[in-house]
Design a binder for this molecule. Structure first.
Ligand code: SAM
Length: 244
């Protein structure tokens, strides 16, 4: 544990390299551009409370990439991943920068954030990225999206019990829902087991670790083992009001 560890761009690059993810100068330049965009646009409307460079590299960029460090399947081939409630792009955009072959779809219900994401994708010159404005509860019934992704993930959007209803309908059978959580992760997973079973998911693995500053994290891999019944996700708002 390294309490107080800061993560400037150089140490960000080194920490990732030690974990086996090597970023080129071009990829580091993309992270720098992303950082500039984030803090500049954040002055006009709220995207994030974190704006110090060291903190953005640690709590947004590195934190997003802990998925790559803990889910080796992401490194293989050109998998598709949907990020529900992307906000300012986390974890999807750092993943796309680090793994250019990944096919990314970002979803958010707030149009201002969707516009930020579209502009940033252009500025970063990223291909194979789709940005959709809408609620997970509605988009989950779109036949072009439903049960069509290898991976679904979401960070800081809802508790696991609710999140499962937002994400699992998008995942193809055999694919995975990647749950990113802090210290409440195991408790949330216990409370969400019934929801997973209802939606066709099954907990496959769980890894606990710490960010370089000591913050606790857990990544749980939920396998999609059966199709999600057609009635899910329920109407917008219902998953939070009446969690499964
Ligand atoms: C706290 S932010 C987190 C953003 C980003 N994932 C991160 O980790 O920084 C939650 C985001 O989820 C979006 N959101 C919440 N509920 C949603 C839903 N049902 N469908 C789509 N987006 C949703 C919000 O608009 C917001 O941008």
């Amino acid at each position: 544990m390294f309490w107080g560890t800061i993560l400037n761009p150089e140490s960000f690059k080194n920490q990732l390299a030690m974990a086996g993810v090597h970023l080129s100068d071009d990829q580091m330049a993309q992270f720098a551009t992303y950082f500039d965009e984030l803090v500049t646009v954040n002055e006009s409307f709220n995207l994030t409370a974190i704006t110090e460079q060291d903190e953005v590299y640690l709590k947004h960029f590195f934190d997003s990439l802990t998925l790559v460090l803990n889910v080796p399947d992401l490194l293989e081939g050109s998998a598709s991943l949907i990020d529900v409630g992307s906000g300012a792009g986390f974890p999807a955009l750092p993943l796309k920068i680090a793994l250019p072959n990944l096919k990314i779809t970002m979803v958010d219900s707030l149009n201002k954030r969707v516009n930020f994401l579209k502009n940033t994708v252009k500025k970063l010159g990223l291909n194979d990225v789709q940005v959709l404005h809408g609620r997970a509860e509605d988009l989950g019934h779109d036949s072009k999206l439903r049960e069509s992704f290898d991976f679904a993930t979401a960070r800081a959007v809802a508790r696991t019990q609710v999140l499962a209803e937002y994400t699992l309908p998008f995942v193809k059978v055999g694919g995975e829902f990647l749950v990113m959580k802090g210290s409440a992760g195991q408790e949330e997973m216990n409370a969400g087991k019934k929801a997973l079973a209802t939606l066709g998911g099954e907990l496959l693995s769980e890894k606990t670790f710490e960010l370089p500053n000591g913050d606790p994290r857990v990544i749980q891999v939920v396998k999609k083992v059966a199709k999600t019944p057609k009635k899910y996700p329920r109407q917008a708002g219902t998953p939070t009001k009446k969690p499964l």
